[in-house]
Ligand binder design. Structure first.
Ligand code: ACO
Length: 428
């Protein structure tokens, strides 16, 4: 018999169905709670609220498990490529050789952006944070592809929007950096693969040869795989909410980029490096900074520590910690903040404050160290995260459309003033 739960309000019993996911996750379906009882649920920060049924990513925060479409993140990071993972997330299965070739060719054909986008870029002062520039340029595509406002017309509109998003993202990302340093932009070199093409647009200087280091390109590809999706996090929920109003994919993803920007979300990777640098400059006294993080009167938090859903360990952090060691060794980089990070982790993981609250290093704790070793400037870290997360946002946007989900619209408990009469200002 199907499982149900009983809710008793004022002595009256109400029954609600229990929904079971394919990995045995349980949820109480309260879709008709208000109709049946007049009540709503209150769950600030959506800590216990399932906003959708999704077949894209499974994660178990207690066990430290992360799967994309049933494949373990550890296996994908080791054996797959970023664009293969992008295809998997968006279309549900790993591509065949022919599908992969078509997908990558279609993306490569759409790396160039309209020249007028450069005029928009020129309007940004070089002090602009690259994330703000990225989200603006991404959203500007609605002006160049007005048909994206209704991607069901033409029939291949959804596919085209997806391919354009993946093709142009690295161009926008590299251009947001060139703007920040006041350099002329580079155009995409379509002879190169996805990550090398991006690196060349980022780092090539006029009149100079630029050779992409395969170690750097491979490390970036791996980081992108680790970031590619993470079910209903803050930025993905934002993409789904905006997409649910049937706004264009470009505006939905632009909103996701903005949500990712914040220091409590994707912006943490930048904050981690700033924090580690501050600890280093302060003489490397780690205990002092641990005490600051524990002090409730001090706003400082250990950046890169803690996670809303991982309460055991973040499987991505494990892979990234090892990758940080490997990449720094291969590149011959000796970064003192890697040692500080490792010591900080060691001390925090033994400290009752962090143990009791189940606070572990998250994906951002070591990713910034790798980005730094790859030569990516700090302001660009969150842009890297956005590039990696793009396939996840696209997959979630597509799923929302395919499932015909209604517009996202939470309710609230009103705590303001009750009705009162308007008293005009005495203007005499
Ligand atoms: N340093 C010190 N204390 C912390 C930290 C931290 N990094 N994170 C959480 N805590 C403490 C809180 O003060 C709170 O303590 P209390 O129970 O005594 O009040 C307790 O742990 C629970 O923390 P919440 O903020 O309620 O947990 P929540 O799930 O809402 O927040 C978050 C999760 C935002 C990730 C939080 O751990 C944090 O701010 N971490 C630092 C920022 C960071 O690394 N963000 C990246 C997350 S990963 C990502 O988005 C890709």
């Amino acid at each position: 018999m199907a499982k149900t739960v009983e809710l008793i309000i004022d002595g009256k019993s109400h029954t609600f169905p229990v929904v079971e996911g394919s990995e045995k996750e349980l949820a109480i379906d309260i879709s008709d709670l208000r109709d049946k009882t007049g009540y709503i649920t209150l769950d600030i920060g959506y800590k216990n609220t399932g906003a959708t049924k999704s077949a894209i990513t499974f994660l178990d925060g207690e066990q430290g498990i992360l799967h994309y479409r049933g494949y373990a993140i550890e296996e994908l990071a080791e054996k797959s490529t970023f664009l293969e993972v992008a295809y998997l997330l968006i279309f549900g299965e790993l591509p065949t050789k022919a599908e992969y070739e078509k997908f990558t060719t279609d993306i490569t054909k759409r790396t160039l952006v309209h020249e007028d986008i450069k005029k928009i870029l020129d309007g940004f002062p070089s002090t602009s944070h690259p994330m703000g520039v990225l989200s603006s340029l991404f959203c500007a595509q609605t002006a160049f592809y007005p048909e994206s406002l209704n991607p069901n017309r033409p029939p291949d509109g959804v596919y085209l929007s997806i391919i354009r998003s993946l093709g142009k993202m690295p161009t926008f990302a590299a251009w947001s950096y060139k703007n920040a340093i006041g350099h002329p932009v580079n155009y995409p070199d379509n002879k190169l693969d996805y990550c090398p093409r991006f690196l060349k647009m980022m780092f090539a200087l006029p009149g100079q040869e630029y050779e992409v280091d395969p170690v750097v390109a491979d490390a970036l590809d791996k980081l992108f795989i680790l970031h590619a999706d993470h079910e209903q996090n803050c930025s993905t929920s934002t993409v789904r909410i905006v997409g649910s109003s049937k706004a264009s994919i470009y505006s939905a993803i632009s909103a996701g980029i903005n949500a990712l920007w914040g220091p409590l979300h994707g912006g943490a990777n930048q904050e981690v490096i700033i924090m580690l640098e501050n600890i280093r400059k302060d003489g490397g006294n780690i205990d002092k900074w641990i005490d600051k993080a524990k002090d409730k009167n001090d706003p400082f938090r250990l950046m890169g520590f803690g996670h809303r859903v991982y309460k055991n360990f973040d499987p991505r952090a494990k892979i990234i910690k090892k990758a940080a060691d490997d990449v720094l060794k291969k590149l011959g980089v000796n970064d003192p903040i890697l040692e500080i990070a490792k010591k900080l982790e060691e001390i925090a993981l033994k400290d009752p404050y962090f143990v009791e609250r189940k606070l572990y290093p998250n994906v951002d704790f070591y990713s910034g160290i790798i980005y730094r070793a790859l030569g990516i400037p700090v302001d660009m870290f969150t842009v890297m995260f956005a590039m990696g997360r793009l396939p996840g946002w696209i997959a979630q946007w597509k799923e929302l459309r395919d499932q015909g989900e209604p517009i996202g619209r939470p309710r609230q408990v009103y705590t303001g003033k009750t009705k009162r009469p308007f008293v005009p200002i005495d203007k005499r």
